[in-house]
Design a protein around this ligand. Structure first.
Ligand code: COA
Length: 261
């Protein structure tokens, strides 16, 4: 039983709640160890989960960043190991073959914004605040902020936000494309996220995992290389029982029931 992360599962949707509200859910090395173990379990073939929600406990924060107190005494080597730990978590989130939605209620700063951006997309409440404030601490983003923020909002906006450390509210986050939707409160946000994941659940799991892989693999590749990945993913659907069922169901004018393989 973990303590820093709560895990609940309903109808194949797992909600992971970072649970360190007294420190605004700041990311410590110990928290990363727990989160890694959970993400590895979710990746096991046959694990009965079709979607993940990542959120934070309490009213104030999703995650207020990497644990600043823990970083105070770190040597450069320990700092590098901490960055590697966080990057391993973001890589695991991206590699999950199922949709992952970050649900942000309150602060998503530094590592919080970075973990949210490693999810497939972000929902937030009206009280959410986003930012990469590392430069105000003499630090740099290290869990993917310099890399992923520009994918969401474009290089110019990412540079401006990172160089100034400025915090933005939910309205600006929506306008610049960092978040997909803004909700009046956390309950409405979580209900909508569950609803979207249930909609995904009725689609082909094989096709969704291949789409996720293709989208993520397209970064850093030339257009031709990325299109090769896409073509290969399409080919792989022809090897799946899901494609057999999906196409047959269309022809027979009935809803598809995907076997997920
Ligand atoms: N690391 C470690 N502890 C943190 C933290 C972080 N990133 N963010 C908040 N906390 C702790 C505070 O130290 C405080 O602990 P304490 O009660 O033991 O003193 C507790 O969480 C509450 O935070 P507090 O600052 O009192 O809340 P606030 O409402 O006044 O301010 C923030 C909220 C988010 C504006 C402020 O906490 C903040 O700026 N946090 C750091 C954000 C940041 O720079 N993140 C990137 C790190 S690289």
């Amino acid at each position: 039983m973990t303590t820093l992360i709560q895990q609940t599962s309903v109808n194949g949707v797992t909600t992971l709640t970072i649970n360190r509200p007294d420190k605004l859910n700041a990311l410590s090395p110990e928290l990363f160890v727990e989160l890694k173990a959970i993400l590895l379990r979710l990746q096991e073939p046959g694990f009965p989960v079709r979607g993940v929600i990542l959120t934070g406990s309490g009213e104030k924060a999703f995650i207020a960043g990497a644990d600043i107190a823990a970083m105070q005494q770190m040597s450069p080597e320990e700092g590098e190991r901490f960055a590697a730990q966080g990057q391993e978590i973001t890589a695991l989130l991206e590699a999950l073959p199922i949709p992952v939605i970050a649900c942000v209620n309150g602060y998503a700063l530094g590592g919080g914004c970075e973990l949210a951006m490693a999810c497939d997309f972000i929902y937030c409440t009206e009280r959410a605040q986003f930012g990469q404030p590392e430069v105000s601490l003499g630090l740099t983003p290290c869990f993917g902020g310099c890399v992923r923020l520009s994918r969401f909002v474009g290089a110019g906006r990412a540079r401006e936000l990172i160089y100034t450390g400025r915090r933005i509210d939910a309205g600006e986050a929506l306008r610049i494309g960092l978040v997909n939707r803004v909700f009046s409160d956390a309950d409405a946000m979580l209900a909508a996220a569950r609803d979207i994941l249930l909609q995904c659940k009725s689609q082909s799991p094989v096709a969704i995992s291949l789409c996720k892989h293709t989208i993520n693999a397209s970064y850093g590749r030339t257009t031709d290389e990325a299109l090769e990945v896409e073509k290969n993913a399409f080919r792989r659907t022809f090897e799946s029982a899901d494609k057999q069922e999906g196409v047959q169901a269309f022809v027979e004018k009935r809803p598809a029931v995907f076997p997920g393989r």
